[in-house]
Design a protein around this ligand. Structure first.
Ligand code: PMM
Length: 271
């Protein structure tokens, strides 16, 4: 999953692709680089980020979705939003996946996904982007994240979302210390027992900067290590900025580790 952030303030690429034409161009490049999915986001979720209105989010993302489709993009388009109204319009414009970092924080979200027959990514976050990095604590981070995702999965299914279309994400960096992030990646396999494929979003995140001393645009080496270990522990999709490098690392990792066990259901959803 390649990231297209249409925001002025995302932590790693804020402001770079605010112009729809540049965002479309970037998305097409990520597709050419080997992304299966393009994740279009109009609201930054970095720690401390301010909220954005639905109107502003729509103004940012809809032209990009429409532009990608008009340009002949055949990759699955994902809308990174926590607002049901934005998801609904994005699905109508051609998106097929809703990436909800609040895991149904908006009560209308599951209904929109059910009606639109979209896939749905449910992510764990402790608190809100404004508060999440204020001393997050857990007894057992993996157990708590697992419990949260199990409850979100149940709610989504109760609200009519097809269980086969749901993906789960531990939310690296969302209310977690460096140690929490490392433990979640190392014990990612424990989330597999929920029976749904796992998405991992570690790309360029702060814990990688802490460990390597690198600035945000210079974290591809650390990102690849996190992603390859994530795949070895059972991640089925990687949300990344640097698609070409991730694809190459995955090709080699998968050649070593064997078959792409979760790829089949994904292909069925995307086509
Ligand atoms: N991280 C960010 C935004 N959206 N969605 C999912 N499913 N998982 C993530 O880890 C995730 C996300 C923040 O990163 P960005 O500002 O680079 O988009």
């Amino acid at each position: 999953m390649g990231i297209v952030n249409v925001t002025p303030d995302s932590f790693s690429d804020g402001g770079e692709f605010l112009d729809p034409e540049r965002a479309v161009e970037h998305g097409l490049q990520l597709a050419a680089d080997g992304a299966d999915v393009l994740d279009i986001g109009g609201e930054s979720t970095r720690p401390g980020a301010a909220e954005v209105s639905a109107e502003e989010e729509l103004r940012r993302v809809i032209p990009v979705i429409e532009g990608l489709i008009a340009a002949g993009c055949t990759k699955a388009i994902s809308i990174d939003t926590s607002k049901a109204a934005v998801a609904e319009r994005a699905l109508a414009a051609g998106a097929v996946i809703v990436n909800d970092v609040t895991a149904l924080g908006d009560a209308g979200m599951a209904g929109v996904c059910a009606r639109g027959s979209s896939s749905l990514i449910l992510m764990h976050m402790k608190g809100t982007p404004r508060t999440m990095q204020e001393d997050p604590t857990y007894d057992d981070v993996v157990a708590e994240v697992r419990e949260f995702l199990a409850a979100a999965l149940e709610r989504a299914v109760d609200d009519g979302v097809d269980e086969d279309r749901i993906w789960l994400d531990p939310g690296i960096g969302f209310g977690k210390t460096v140690e929490h992030n490392l433990e979640l990646i190392d014990r990612l396999g424990e989330l597999r027992s929920l029976g749904r494929p796992i998405v991992l979003g570690a790309s360029r995140k702060r814990f990688i900067g802490t460990l390597t001393g690198r600035e945000v645009g210079d974290r591809v080496g650390g990102t690849l290590a996190a992603n390859v270990i994530g795949v070895a522990r059972g991640a089925a999709m990687l949300r990344v900025h640097d698609v070409r490098e991730a694809r190459e690392a995955l090709d080699v990792a998968e050649a070593i580790l064997g078959t792409r066990e979760w790829r089949e259901p994904w292909t069925a959803v995307a086509s």
